[in-house]
Design a protein around this ligand. Structure first.
Ligand code: ZN
Length: 98
């Protein structure tokens, strides 16, 4: 059993929001977590998975994992596109010089 930090209403342990005032409970879980953001960034699939598993119980880390995953996917796509362009450019240069 825990209590709302805003209004003091008694809450069940699994409560995500206070039934009295609507405040979110469990401040350690609602804060953004850089670690999970980085995890989502390097492993976008895991980040998205974590989001779907956690978004009810731990919205904070879940959200950072999802944001990290989205940023990771965008950056990987840009890198892949750049790699495609630069490799085709290199092929042109080597075919011209060689
Ligand atoms: Zn409350």
């Amino acid at each position: 059993m825990s209590f709302c930090q805003q209004c003091g209403t008694q809450l069940p342990e699994e409560a995500v929001c206070c039934s009295g005032c609507g405040a979110k409970t469990g401040p350690e879980d609602t804060g953004r977590s850089f670690g999970f953001g980085a995890l989502g960034f390097f492993f976008p699939l895991i980040g998205m998975l974590l989001y779907f598993v956690w978004y009810r119980k731990r919205p904070g880390p879940a959200k950072s994992a999802l944001i990290g995953a989205i940023i990771g996917v965008v950056i990987w796509l840009v890198l892949i596109l750049l790699g495609t362009f630069s490799s085709s450019g290199l092929t042109t240069i080597t075919s011209v010089s060689g």
